[in-house]
Design a protein around this ligand. Structure first.
Ligand code: FES
Ligand code: FES
Length: 193
């Protein structure tokens, strides 16, 4: 008997359960966009390099183009469609709007999902490659522009809206209780990577 190449799975997306049969090679990104019609999550490179497809799986950010749908299991998936609370935008979404954290908007759903995880990771005390003192007793580092750029470095923006994106994440961090060292200064546009 030929091995099965498709399976029935149940995906919990933004609190809603969806049962569907997928080819084992189907990525979470394609399942979301093509099968569940949740097209807020964008496909950029389809190779794990741009971050446009970032969603939260079990509260952790993943690039959904590299995540097989069959491997998601029971983890809750949160996409950009599930970030707002009804008509009320999440502070991260509001900050991107208020501070012009986008131009064409294609990378924005991934940037926002990533920023949500950055705030959680920072609140949990996770250091980044930009953290100078990584000793546990030093506590979470201040969310300086350098820290934000490092933590958001997996999300590329072809429009180069990085300056505003960093400002938006810093503003959202302040709104949600994160510690920032200072308001990010105006700076020349450069990749977050
Ligand atoms: S589309 Fe997934 S990382 Fe670029
Ligand atoms: S706003 Fe256009 S790619 Fe980022």
């Amino acid at each position: 008997m030929a091995p099965a190449t498709a399976s029935a799975i149940t995906l919990t997306v933004n609190g809603e359960k969806h049962t569907l049969t997928v080819d084992h090679r189907t990525t979470l990104l394609d399942a979301l966009r093509e099968r569940l019609e949740l097209t807020g999550t964008k496909k950029g490179c389809d190779q794990g390099q741009c971050g446009a497809c970032t969603v939260l799986v079990g509260g952790r950010r993943v690039v959904s183009c590299l995540q097989l749908a069959v491997a998601v299991g029971d983890e809750d998936v949160t996409t950009i469609e599930g970030v707002a609370n009804g008509e009320h935008l999440h502070p991260v979404q509001q900050a991107f709007l208020d501070l012009d954290g986008f131009q064409c908007g294609y990378c924005t759903p991934g940037q926002i999902c990533s920023a949500l995880a950055v705030l959680e990771e920072h609140a949990a005390g996770w250091p980044s490659a930009a953290t100078e003192d990584v000793r546990p007793e030093a506590g979470p580092p201040a969310l300086t522009p350098e820290e934000i750029r490092e933590r958001m470095s997996g999300n590329l923006c072809r429009c180069g809206a990085y300056v505003s994106i960093v400002q938006a994440v810093a503003h959202a961090a302040e709104q949600t209780g994160g510690r920032t060292a200072e308001e990010p200064q105006k700076e020349t546009k450069e990749p977050a990577a």
